[in-house]
Design a protein around this ligand. Structure first.
Ligand code: HEC
Length: 529
């Protein structure tokens, strides 16, 4: 048939072409079935499937992408294995450490937050181990072990199973092999059905429990409270992340479609749908939206006295492009946060753009308060940007002490965190403070100890001199202005626009070694005298 068509085209040339093309179309559609839509392979946990969330969400995506989503609902451990083999295009899972590991091994370029819910402990109405009223899951497990009461474990290396193993470890118990402990190697739904039959305890994600409890007459929710707000154990929080499998490592994946799904999952529209899912049926959402998008900022408002100016992301891009190359930064609790190349507008340029008078000494000593859309603030001093701050203050800031002990070491008492005492005005000795900082751990806010390379004794000495009289310690105008790294309002990381649907703005302080002032979603900058 093809041959005939081509020969007609060749002989009659252009005159016949429309007819021939039309004929070719008709023949093509008559003889070959319409092309099947592209398939996106989503490996995910059983909880997103059992709870009905995916059935509610996915049709909208399939319509948008004109594709078909093949859902592979397994435990998180298995989903990650499938991703490691390149047999899925995108993963929606919940085992934070294992996810970070997956990214560290380059199987994905990044992980994005999608949603969270929490875990609860369910068990027989008679509650033979008497766990109702206990706040911490690890204490409840210890009580179950002590009573040798039946417990059903998923035993499938899923996110829930990983969490359960963490909780047993926290209770310093290893129940495997005990007669009362039964590992079923099944998904959440099957595990709950088994617990219901055996009158056993189990750890469940709240979403699956709520969606199935009508079919589980023998079980009650015994630990975790009626809603996530009542859950008293922070160890039971359950975050879900999404990752597109990296095409550099697994060339066979459909990265374009996977990226579309990631963007769609974190979009405000889908995030709203996630937050609304289950609300009507269960009186509470089964999952809470967690993507950074609702907080993403697209402009920054600068307030200097009576001057107020808003610069859009495009306005920031129009300013000279500043860079911080190979910038390494350490989180006080999480350790190194990675090495990145940043690009953006320098804070100095942004302030000058808003008010060229900002560089005059009349502003010396002012604070520059950078506030993010989630309420987090980072404070810099005018002297850090345009002059010479006292060296002790500079060390205090770059080493991240400011994050907890306050801008001028006045102490802070943030909600739900340990209060960090005032350090200003105290007669500290270097030895005592150094011992505390090197030890870290429970003696010092659960922090990693500061190593010799992270904080030298000589620097601490300078800081302590400043701590004795921080307010009075003055600038030293005789010192030459330091060759200081830039403070950036970054919009690019490693050559890519920052994630967040339409780009977000991040404060990166070049001279800081610790992440005390590293802030996402910068919204306003206020210069305070
Ligand atoms: C993550 C928050 C955090 C950071 C960062 C931090 N601290 Fe602390 N620090 C605390 C808390 C909280 C305490 C109170 C003890 C406790 O609860 O662990 C404390 C206690 C101290 C104490 C003892 C105070 C007293 O009255 O006994 C000193 C001294 C101290 N910190 C110095 C520093 C210095 C210097 C830095 C920076 C190099 C620093 N801290 C960084 C949170 C922090």
């Amino acid at each position: 048939m093809d041959v005939v068509l081509i020969s007609i085209m060749m002989s009659r040339r252009m005159r016949l072409l429309p007819v021939v093309v039309g004929l070719a179309f008709i023949l093509a559609f008559a003889s070959v079935p319409a092309a099947a839509p592209p398939v996106l392979r989503l490996a995910t946990t059983t909880s997103t499937d059992d709870s009905g969330l995916l059935k509610a969400l996915l049709p909208a995506f399939e319509q948008k992408c004109a594709c078909r989503v093949e859902v592979i609902a397994v435990g998180t451990g298995q989903a990650l294995e499938i991703g490691r083999r390149g047999d899925a295009d995108v993963l929606l899972v919940h085992a934070r450490q294992a996810e970070d590991q997956f990214v560290a091994e380059h199987h994905a370029r990044e992980r994005r937050d999608v949603m969270y819910n929490d875990f609860v402990v369910v068990g027989p109405a008679a509650d033979p181990a008497r766990i109702a009223g206990i706040a911490r899951a690890s204490d409840a497990l210890a009580a179950i072990a002590k009573a040798a009461a039946p417990f059903v474990s998923r035993g499938d290396r899923s996110g829930t199973d990983t969490k359960e193993k963490e909780l047993w470890a926290a209770a310093k118990l290893s129940p495997a092999g005990s007669g009362w402990y039964r590992s079923v190697g099944q998904g959440m739904g099957e595990t709950l059905v088994t617990a219901n039959e055996l009158l056993a305890y189990a750890l469940a994600d709240r979403g699956t429990w709520l969606s199935m409890r009508d079919k589980l007459p023998a079980l009650r929710l015994l630990l975790g409270g009626k809603t996530i707000a009542e859950n008293q154990d922070p160890a039971l929080r359950n975050p879900y992340g999404v990752m597109a499998v990296n095409p550099d490592v697994h060339p066979g994946v459909n990265f374009a479609l996977a990226t579309r799904m990631v963007e769609w999952l974190v979009s405000p529209e889908t995030q709203r749908a996630i937050g609304a899912f289950g609300l009507e049926r269960f009186g509470q959402p089964l999952f809470y939206p967690a993507s950074e998008d609702p907080r993403t900022t697209r402009d920054v408002t600068v307030n200097i006295g009576p001057v107020s100016r808003t610069l859009t992301l495009d306005a920031l891009r129009a300013l000279p492009r500043s860079r911080l190359a190979r910038h390494a930064i350490v989180g006080v609790k999480m350790g190194p946060l990675g090495v990145h190349d940043w690009a953006g507008a320098s804070l100095a340029d942004v302030l000058v753009k808003a008010d060229p008078g900002i560089t005059t000494r009349a502003h010396a000593g002012s604070r520059i308060v950078v506030t993010s859309s989630d309420g987090w603030t980072a404070t810099l001093f005018w002297d850090e940007i345009f002059s010479n701050p006292p060296p002790g203050l500079q060390i205090y800031n770059t080493k991240g002490c400011n994050e907890c002990h306050g801008v001028l070491a006045e102490g802070t008492a943030p909600a739900a965190k340990r209060p960090a005492p005032a350090l200003a005005g105290e007669p500290w000795t270097v030895d005592a403070v150094l011992a505390l900082l090197r030890a870290g751990g429970d003696r010092h806010a659960g922090m990693n100890g500061y190593t010799e390379s992270q904080l030298r004794r000589a620097d601490l000495q300078v800081m302590i001199e400043w701590l004795r009289r921080p307010a009075a310690a003055s600038r030293d105008a005789s010192r030459p202005a330091p060759d200081r790294p830039v403070v950036l309002l970054a919009y690019e990381r490693d050559g890519q626009p920052l994630p967040g649907r339409d780009g977000l703005i991040q404060l990166v302080v070049g001279q800081d070694e610790f992440a005390g002032r590293y802030s996402h979603w910068v919204k306003t900058i206020t210069v305070v005298r």
